[in-house]
Design a protein around this ligand. Structure first.
Ligand SMILES: C[S@@+](CC[C@H](N)C(=O)[O-])C[C@H]1O[C@@H](n2cnc3c(N)ncnc32)[C@H](O)[C@@H]1O
Length: 286
């Protein structure tokens, strides 16, 4: 029983996102959802006392468990000892490069959900089964025209198919968190629309959601400098009017990409022309 492990090692939790999943049925359902094959390597972030880790080890070829708290790392070492099946990385998840992994299965530290999720999207993996605070999970899977639709929704949709596969009550944890939780299934896939420059697209989405109540036209005009388009006032007339009249929360992910691509290409043109002009000048003076 998970509660026995907590008792045996005198672990109380509560601080530093330490809410341990003690509901054995939920733990089993999470592992079932990951559909682990015996040749797969699983990344677990925030392994804690190893309640999920032991179940993952039973199915996978190898588990890479990241944990920041030295007391919990000692519990993991004491419970599992030296084994080829488990690599423990004692570190802050945000400070380490992840070794290669096939799937990520984790009951995440909620206070750094965004940072972890955006970090994961930089890696190549087949599946994520990830526990988040319910509200965060709802923002991840939200689509346009809903109150939860945000920068996170557009990013998630760009990188993966994501769906909430179960909601988890507070009482499934010890100690119980103040919030409800949900498990999200994340299946990375190629983007469903063309993006000329990934960083520019993602920065554009971040910039316009900074003013989610503003119409796109105003948001874009306000961001002319960060978007690298000094002549935005003139250029904006070349962008589709029906998109400019919407608010960010009403734009589909593909529409953000469409706008970002037009602006990116214009920015590149301005830069190329500037470079060309500079070269002409230096040729003349040389
Ligand atoms: C919600 S608990 C999950 C524990 C356990 N895996 C479970 O399912 O019950 C989150 C875990 O993440 C760890 N943690 C918190 N912040 C971390 C960080 N920045 N890097 C690595 N681990 C972290 C905590 O110590 C804790 O063990």
């Amino acid at each position: 029983m998970v509660r026995d492990i907590l008792r045996k090692y005198g672990i109380r939790g509560g601080n530093h996102d330490q809410h341990f999943l003690v509901d054995e049925r939920m733990l089993d359902r999470i592992v079932d959802a990951a559909d682990i094959r015996p040749d797969e390597t699983i990344l677990e972030i925030g392994a804690g006392i190893g309640n999920l880790t032991e179940r993952l080890m039973a199915k996978a070829s190898k588990v890479i468990a990241i944990e920041r708290d030295p007391a919990l790392v000692n519990v993991l070492i004491s419970r599992f000892g030296e084994t080829d099946k488990l690599e423990i990385i004692h570190a802050d998840v945000l400070d380490v490069d992840f070794p290669d992994f096939d799937k990520v299965v984790a009951n995440l530290p909620y206070s750094i959900s965004s940072e972890i999720t955006f970090k994961l999207f930089k890696y190549d993996f087949d599946l994520g089964i990830l526990m988040y605070q319910l509200e965060f999970a709802e923002r991840m899977v939200a689509r346009e025209n809903s109150k939860d639709y945000s920068r996170l929704s557009v990013n998630t949709h760009y990188f993966a198919d994501a769906s909430i596969i179960m909601k988890v009550p507070r009482g499934a944890f010890s100690p119980p968190p103040e919030v409800l939780s949900a498990v999200v299934k994340v299946v990375p896939r190629p983007a469903q629309f063309e993006v000329a420059d990934e960083k520019y697209f993602l920065d554009f989405v971040t910039a316009v959601f900074g003013q989610r109540r503003k119409k796109m036209r105003n948001s874009i005009l306000k961001n002319k400098q960060p978007l690298g388009i000094p002549d935005m006032k003139e250029f904006i007339s070349e962008l589709p009017r029906e998109m400019l009249d919407k608010r960010p929360e009403n734009l589909e992910p593909a529409e953000f990409a469409y706008l970002a691509n037009l602006m990116y290409r214009h920015k590149e043109e301005i830069q190329a022309n500037g470079h060309h002009q500079l070269q002409k000048c230096s040729n003349k003076s040389g």
